[in-house]
Each structure stands twice: as C-alpha cells, then as structure tokens.
Design a binder for this molecule. Structure first.
Ligand SMILES: [Zn+2]
Length: 394
C-alpha cells in the first residue's frame, strides 16, 4: 500500500477513534450502559490496517462509523481519498451508502451528490454524472455548489464534444468570471464553426466565429478560420487582412500563418507586398521561419550570396539552429566542391538535432509535439499550445 494512503487511513482511523471516544464519554454520563461493539470494530479495523489489509479495514471502519452530522465529513473525505487514489469504484460505494441515509440535511445531500458525480466522471460513466449534476447546476440553493456543478457539467460536455451544451451551461455567468472558461468558450464556437464549414454553411460559420471573437478577442483560431473561409471563396486580400490581424493578436503564432500568407500574396501576384509584410512581422518578432521565408525571396531576385548575408546578419542578432541549418543549405548550393564537403557533414548534424525537436509546446503543462493542438491533449486547456521559440525553436 502506498505510504500516502496508509497515512491517510491512519488519520481517518484516529479521527474515528476520537469520535468513538467522545461518543462513549457521552454515553457514560447518561443512564444507558456503555456497549463495546463500536470500540471493538474500531480495533478490528485498526488491526486490519496494521496488517496491510486496507479493504477489510475500510469495510470495518465504514460499518463502525455511524452516519450523523459529526461523521458525515469523515465519510465524504474517505470516499474522496479513494477517488484521488484512482479507486473511484470504492468512492462510489461510500458516497452511495451515504446518500441512502436519512440523517443527511439537504445541503449535505447536495455535497455528497457532487462528490458522487465526480466519482462517475472519474470512472467515465458520464450519463450518471450528468443526471446528478443537471439538477444541482440548475437549482442548488448554495451558490458555490451550483457553480461547481456547472463547471463539472462543462467538463463533461467538453469530453462528449457537446459544444452547444457546454456553451449553454457556461455562458454568460462562468465566461464572465474566469479567463480560462472564456478562452474555452471561444474555442467551442470555433469547433461548431468548423462543423458548419464542413457542411458548406460559411455564413453560419462566420457568425459563430465573430461571436467567438466577441467572447474572447484574443482567440487566434477564430481569425485563422475566418481567413480560411476567405481563402476558400477566393478573397485573398481579406484573407491577408485577417492573417495580419492574427499576427497582431499574438505574434507567437506568426510561424503558422506564413504559408497561407505567402500563397495569398502569390495568388495576387504581389511579391513586393509579401516582402513588406514579412519585414514587418520580423520587426514584430524575429521568428526564424519568417526570416527564412524572406531570405528565399531575396535569393530569388538578388542571388545566393545576398540571401546568405541577410541570414547571417539575422543570426548574429537572433541565434537559431534552424537558421544555421538553412544557412548551410545555402552554402551547399555553391559551385565550389571544397567548400561543400565540410558543410555537408555539419548539415547532417543540424538536421539530426532538428529532427528530434518538437515544434509546439503547451505553456501550461509543458506537453510538446510536432503538431498544433488547439486543446492540449494532456492538460485539456484551450489555446495554451504555441510554436516553440528560442535557440532550438522559432
Ligand atoms: Zn497542456
């Protein structure tokens, strides 16, 4: 048995012992003769615990400990302890056993139902959790519990990808209260807009994306999707305008909009515009992808040496592994074979180093990978994953 659990069970045992002691004390002052059954149960339970038989120990303690206003918190805590330990099925048993007792007040019953819903969420039994949470979220007289029920429901709907229901539950109260829910709500609208885009309803998608921006004006995904809609209908100027707005919203996302921006400028046959735009973005944030894209433009009209000079200057200011790799690939294009051989060797090293590098990282939990996730697969937060910057990134 893990040390933490043993310690917690011992604490619970002490609490139960204290309660039993107090009970016996109360009884000895009254007329009825004291009984030893509960104390015996307590010692039997303690014995199981010391012999590392936690299942029997719990069973005995739960039986020994009557459910009343003094012990209800201990019962709830015991259940929660099991859930935290990953044994939610045991937590369900304890909390269900509590709910069946007539001694509970309405407030205590609500509290136990919340915990039971958490157990079911933990077990992935979402329909039962939902049935417990819905009435609590609607009509629980205690404001804090009502809010908690709403948050748990939102979490549940997110898991089921029921974006409409998540929005209905969270908006407007929860989205007003905290930034994380606001950010999430904008992403739910983006999810719904993507469904509209797939079913060829661009007008509906636009409406949802504008709503997303009105809830969270930092939502880069909304502008990203709006730009995609403009591209799909051949409105390249509008597409560029939206991508520029996205770069103003969050300059860390510039690396992901470079390709679509270049494609749009090329469709408009406006290479000067592309270079002006890239220069502006580099001033805003010297990401190496932007620098490389501009260097490719320079290479086209001013030649290899000019491009290499430009990249070297930029690297002196902003060191970057990918920049170095690109610079070497420029040198490999030179006609002199003596110059090419050592560079080939070095380039193999940088290529290997780069291969092993993730491109995106969640700034909340640190999850990193080669793909941009709008919702982090590890911590499930929305909009926290960004392109990696610095020496080994952008
Ligand atoms: Zn994360």
């Amino acid at each position: 048995m893990p040390d933490l659990m043993l310690l917690a069970l011992l604490l619970a045992a002490i609490a139960i012992g204290w309660w039993l002691g107090r009970r016996e004390q109360g009884r000895s002052t009254s007329a009825s003769p004291p009984t030893n059954r509960l104390s015996r149960d307590y010692f039997v339970g303690l014995n199981y615990l010391l012999n590392e038989q936690p299942d029997q120990a719990i069973e005995t303690f739960v039986q020994a400990l009557e459910v009343n206003s003094d012990t209800i918190e201990t019962h709830i805590a015991l259940g929660n302890l099991f859930r935290l330990r990953g044994e939610a099925d045991r937590a369900v048993k304890i909390h269900q056993n509590l709910l069946a007792r007539p001694a509970l007040t309405a407030g205590q019953s609500d509290q136990v139902q919340l915990e039971l819903a958490r157990d079911f969420l933990h077990l992935g039994v979402l329909d039962r959790a939902e049935r417990l949470l819905q009435p609590l979220a609607r009509e629980c007289p205690d404001e804090t519990r009502r809010q908690t029920a709403k948050r748990l429901l939102v979490d549940l709907y997110e898991r089921e990808r029921e974006w409409h229901k998540a929005l209905e539950t969270a908006h407007p109260q929860l989205t007003r209260q905290d930034a994380a829910t606001r950010r999430a709500a904008a992403h739910w609208l983006c999810e719904l807009a993507e469904l509209d885009m797939h079913s060829a309803s661009p007008a509906l998608a636009r409406k949802k994306l504008r709503q997303a921006l009105s809830i969270d004006d930092h939502c880069v995904r909304a502008n990203w999707l709006l730009a995609t809609l403009e591209r799909d209908t051949g409105h390249y100027k509008q597409q560029i305008r939206l991508l520029q707005r996205l770069a103003e919203q969050d300059r860390d996302f510039i690396p992901i909009i470079l390709e679509p921006a270049r494609d749009a400028y090329l469709k408009l046959e406006d290479e000067d515009g592309l270079e002006r735009c890239l220069t502006q973005w580099i001033e805003r944030a010297p990401h190496i992808s932007t620098i490389i894209m501009l260097a490719r433009q320079i290479e086209q009209h001013d030649g290899l040496e000019a491009a290499a000079r430009y990249v070297s200057e930029q690297l002196a200011r902003t060191p970057s592994l990918r920049g170095l790799d690109y610079l070497m690939s420029l040198y490999l294009d030179t006609p002199d074979p003596d110059q090419r051989q050592p560079v080939t060797l070095l380039k193999q090293h940088t290529a290997k180093l780069l291969e092993a590098r993730p491109r995106f990282r969640c700034h909340r939990c640190g999850f990193a990978g080669g793909q941009l996730h709008w919702q982090c697969p590890r911590c499930r937060q929305w909009g926290t994953t960004k392109p990696i910057t610095g020496l080994e990134g952008e």
